[in-house]
Structure formats: C-alpha cells, structure tokens
Design a protein around this ligand. Structure first.
Ligand code: 6GU
Length: 264
C-alpha cells in the first residue's frame, strides 16, 4: 500500500519509523511519502493560512497550496502514473464521520491513500468539496491538527495489511472485529500479588476456554460498552449468561465486576 501524508509538520509523523508500522515499511508492505505543504506555498513567507470569511477566531488554511499539492500528488499525471488511478483522499477532522474498525478494514483494501492534515480552524471547505473522499474524526474531542489522527488511522490500517501481524488470528479475534470487547488476558505466574489466573485458562480444555472467553467478552461488553451490544446477534446462550449475571441483553444494570470475571 502507498500512503502520502501532506502536513506543515512532517516531523510530527516520525513515529511511522517505529515498531509495527516501521517494520511494515522496512519490509516493503507500506510505502509512506511525507510532504511539507509549505513547498506548495507561492509567496516568499510560505504562507498557508488566512483570516476566515465572516470573521471569528483563528485562521483557515488557504486553498491554493492544497490545490497545488493534491494536483501534483494525487491528480491525473501525478508523480506516480504507475499507480494507474486516483488515491483515496482522507481529511482527518473533528467534524468528520467516526473512525471505526470497519472503516480501517475498508482502507486496508485500498492500494493508495492520501491524508491531508489540517491545522488552525481547518482547511478551506472548497478543497474538501473538490478533492476529499472521506472526512473522518477519531473521537469526540478536539486536537490541534490532523497529524495525530493520521497516526492513529495508519496504525489501525497497517496491522490489517497481509504479512504485518504474524498470527493472522490475532487480528480476527480483536476487540471490535467480532463486535465484542476481548476477554482479559493473563501470563505467568499463576498467582501474583494474591490474584489468581482463572482456573479454566490452566485446564487445557480448549472447548471450555473458548466458552469462557466468549462469555467473559460478552459480560465485559455488556458492562463497559452496552452500546456495542445492540449491533451483535446474541444467541440464547448469550442471553442466558447476561441474565445470570444480572444484565439485560443491552447491558442495562450490571452485576459483573469491571474485569467481567465469570464464575466457573
Ligand atoms: Cl481527525 N482532527 C482534529 N483536529 N481533531 C480531532 C480529530 C481529528 N478527531 C477528533 N478530534
């Protein structure tokens, strides 16, 4: 997958050199190009912002540098005609649609993404109307710019690319892929600070372990994120487990402790 990021702070994206994303790049699975928007500013001061029409606080990113950048990077006859098509152009913004695991999976199927990182009060809306495929928010809070949101989205997408995460099952079992939060995890020692690892996980009975994980994931979700349960098809068994632990099917009221432990 090719990814271009346009920003006035390319250094802000330096975590892309590290860890899982850095390894995907080193292995040629991910091809990242960072661009400084100011290289497309035409005046001597490399200005990229101006006052908002209609007044109000802050500054707005001018359309011309974005236009020049996107035409050069993503337009027909761009730097890489070998890509043979337009990229998918994403604008991270607090007024966008919510970023989800399902959207990350859609992006992971694309050959080429461009992220346009706005700063200040945002990018002149005409650029977005003309070029953007998606405006995406990573949550209900306001960041100073789109760079950190781009890092978040790229990490979520990169770990879904074939060959990045060693055990493909660990991606399938992820929280959200199933619609449920994952069950809690433990490693040695079996007793630590007086807290014991649930006996079922040490039983070697993989059927029982699978059921425990499903039941615990269900209760944890009912307790912590009842909103997620509405989109899950619950079985009769699931409903019985919820009832047994004093939870409605939609997680209303809750008996489970915060770790969602299930009696064995
Ligand atoms: Cl994508 N950008 C900014 N600036 N703030 C945000 C956001 C994005 N998502 C949530 N808050």
């Amino acid at each position: 997958m090719r990814v271009d990021v346009i920003t006035i702070f390319p250094e802000y994206l330096s975590p892309l050199d590290l860890s899982l994303v850095g390894r995907a790049r080193a292995r040629g699975i991910l091809d990242v190009h960072l661009h400084d928007l100011r290289q497309w500013a035409s005046d001597v001061h490399r200005t990229v912002d101006d006052a908002p029409y209609g007044g109000g606080p802050g500054m707005v990113m001018r359309p011309e540098p974005w236009w020049a950048a996107l035409t050069e990077i993503g337009g027909a006859g761009g730097p890489d005609p070998a890509m043979g098509r337009r990229p998918r152009i994403i604008v991270p913004t607090p007024v966008g649609r919510p970023f989800t695991q399902a959207y990350a999976a859609r992006l992971a199927d694309e050959p080429w993404l461009v992220f346009c990182c706005g700063r200040y009060e945002g990018i002149d809306t005409r650029v977005i109307e003309e070029w953007a495929d998606d405006e995406i928010s990573i949550g209900d809070y306001v960041l100073a710019g789109g760079e950190v949101a781009t890092l978040v989205m790229l990490e979520a997408v990169t770990r879904l690319l074939p060959g990045v995460v060693g055990n493909a099952e660990s991606v399938v079992d992820d929280s959200f892929a199933s619609g449920l939060l994952e069950a809690p995890v433990y490693t040695r020692p079996p007793v630590w600070q007086g807290h014991e690892v649930p006996a079922v996980l040490r039983s070697g009975d993989h059927g029982a372990i699978g059921r425990w994980r499903r039941d615990t994931a269900l209760l944890r979700t009912a307790h912590r994120r009842p909103d997620l349960l509405e989109a899950v098809d619950l079985t009769e068994h699931d409903r019985a487990i919820c009832a047994e632990h004093g939870m409605g099917d939609h997680g209303t009221a809750g008996g489970a402790d915060p770790n969602g432990r299930v009696a064995q």
